[in-house]
Design a protein around this ligand. Structure first.
Ligand code: FE2
Length: 277
């Protein structure tokens, strides 16, 4: 799907672009069903303890997930004794981060001609699909994602990351839709999440608070694609409603830019990030 000059101008001005009806309802449903299938076949034994203790092992589980399909629990999923408060299917926060390469259903969803054409309209010469996440935003316990820029986590020089956020069901202010600061991408990068072996920390370049009063909700009907500039400040509040808010995200970088060797997500040389083909 091509993006016209008017939409490109809006993206340049706002730092985000909402494309309604990008994905069919049936394609959304098929991806949701497949994600549920993956969760049903995921054995949480062992991972439960990793996430309840939040020790170094949990970092390794995350840091090693760049070329894997791994399951991450909601922070509020556990009782004090480490047992799940509700069934596994309603306890997973997200699946990441190489669904688009390793799973045939996600691979097909991530590599449509329409998406390749849309990304080609953006200022990306050689797109590489670097990261994918299936986000559940579970009813009542779906955790908050605090205000951030995606370039903090996936840095290239020069900056090139673009987020592609697919609403697999309706996202509203009630069930934790995205919020963004229009035009906020025009300011510099405030921090970088850098990795040194198994250790990570934030490098802070600008410690001023986000102007959260400027946030606007990006409510999205099922099938909507939201394109996010890498430096756009965005967040989502907790989902305290009884409705889930499933979304799928892809992050694309430009292979013509240098991918930082101290980004948390590293693909092994023998299994590099690939383009749309
Ligand atoms: Fe983000």
């Amino acid at each position: 799907m091509k993006i016209g000059p008017e939409q490109l101008a809006r993206f340049a001005n706002d730092g985000f672009l909402i494309v309604e009806n990008f994905v069919s309802a049936s394609a959304c449903d098929a991806l949701r069903e497949h994600a549920q299938y993956l969760v049903a076949n995921f054995d949480p034994q062992g991972v439960v303890s990793i996430f309840s203790t939040k020790n170094q092992t949990s970092d390794d589980y995350l840091l090693g997930s760049g070329d894997k399909i791994r399951f991450f629990f909601e922070e509020n999923a556990f009782n004090a004794d480490g047992s799940l408060r509700q069934q596994k299917e309603h306890s997973i926060n997200k699946i990441g981060h190489a669904l688009h390469d390793l799973d045939p259903v996600f691979k097909a969803f991530s590599r449509t001609a329409a998406l390749a054409e849309l990304v080609a309209c953006l200022d990306i010469r050689e797109p590489l699909l670097i990261q994918s996440m299936y986000i559940f935003k579970q009813p009542r316990i779906g955790g908050e994602v605090t205000c951030h820029q995606d370039s903090t986590f996936l840095h290239t020089e020069p900056d090139s990351v673009i987020g592609l956020w697919f609403a697999l069901e309706e996202a509203t202010v009630k069930n934790g839709c995205l919020w963004a600061i229009p035009g906020g991408h025009k300011q510099g990068l405030k921090s970088r999440f850098v990795r040194n072996g198994s250790a990570t920390h934030f490098e802070i370049y600008d410690s001023s608070p986000w102007p959260l009063e400027k946030l606007v909700p990006l409510e999205a009907a099922k099938g909507t694609l939201i394109v996010l500039h890498g430096r756009l400040p965005h967040l989502s509040y907790p989902n305290l409603s009884p409705k889930s808010r499933h979304a799928y995200t892809l992050h694309v970088i430009d292979a013509a830019c240098d991918y930082a060797s101290n980004n948390w997500l590293q693909r092994p040389a023998g299994n590099p990030a690939l383009g749309f083909k």
